[in-house]
Design a protein around this ligand. Sequence first.
Ligand code: SF4
Length: 388
Amino acid sequence: MNRAEIVAWAEANYLDLEFTAARRWLAEEPGRKAVGFLPVYAPAEIIHAAGMLPVGIHGGGDRIDIIRGDAYYQSYICHLPRSVVELAVTGRLDFLTGALFPSTCDVIRNLSGMWKVMYPEKYSRYVDLPQDFAKGVGGDFWTHELRELVHDMGELRGSPITEDELRKGIGDWNRRRALVRKLYAKRRDEPHNVPTDELYQLLRAGEIVPFEEFMTMAQAYLDVCDKDGRRPRDNARVIVIGAFCEQPPLGLIRTIERAGCYIVDDDFLIGNRFLTREVDCSGDAVRALAETFLNHTVANPIVYERDADGKKKLVGERLRAARAEGAIFSAPSFCDPALLDRPMLQAGAAREGISFISFKYAENTGQFQQFREQAGTFSDAIKLWGNV
Ligand code: SF4
């Protein structure tokens, strides 16, 4: 399979708001079920362990007109819940048997309530992530929550999930995480061979299609990137920070790269990389999953930062790890977690003399000229004068 074919597959799935791949999988065998999950992090491997299809729900982006979704929310919140509601009220999410709503922010919490109003007969669960990292406090709490989720997913599919199924499910997700990490490492080292718009669509597809299909396509993409090497350009290497929940329109990602920047690290679809290590499935798999969350997650606004100076150090640490030359703070309008963190992140970047620019977007932003000018000027300045 060549690059164009893989990218076309990813794009088709990314654009498909009817979730055809998921519906096809459901139709292939009677009794199959799919469970959705909202950003930012949900333990999707437990859905997978139950033999059900985990489906990432990211709203409709710039590909759906919000007609009824606006009626559910006030105007001064982000765009994501409106388009999720629009997808729901137009029947596009009817194929889901249930949905998980992680404790990302008040908006997602409220969306879980809306979901119950829209689908009173379906399963829904607000997944309260731990914010205390002591083993006997947050660890016990999260283990308990995960065990309840294991129980619920078993009930939903019609029989309890066995330990072996759990180990296999978590093991599969370990392989998935490792492959995603490889893709990110490849892009960091050779961004000219792994354009972010391609990588992004591949990961979006991966949240909709069955596990094995994604693994096959992601590995194939990695292989073609090794083979059909492209010529590097003299672009500025940047990291994009803040787009961890409501996703930017694809046009914005393309605009940043076409303006002369290589994105070498980002927060897009961060749930795929939220755990930074494999989960040890040799003993109590649920406890191991809980403790991996406790000790090995990415730094992110939805998780409590234990180091008082941690947020100020973060941009520099990420910049150095990605060998980047500048940072772009890019967050959804009205996104409390991202925008409350931004002043601390920017102060840290300024303290270290790191060049940065900032802007806000909505998932349905359609005009990219101002972003092109800003990112283009930023890239030129980095190339001409280094850190400015
Ligand atoms: S974009 Fe921000 S405010 Fe909106 S749901 Fe996500 S985290 Fe919450």
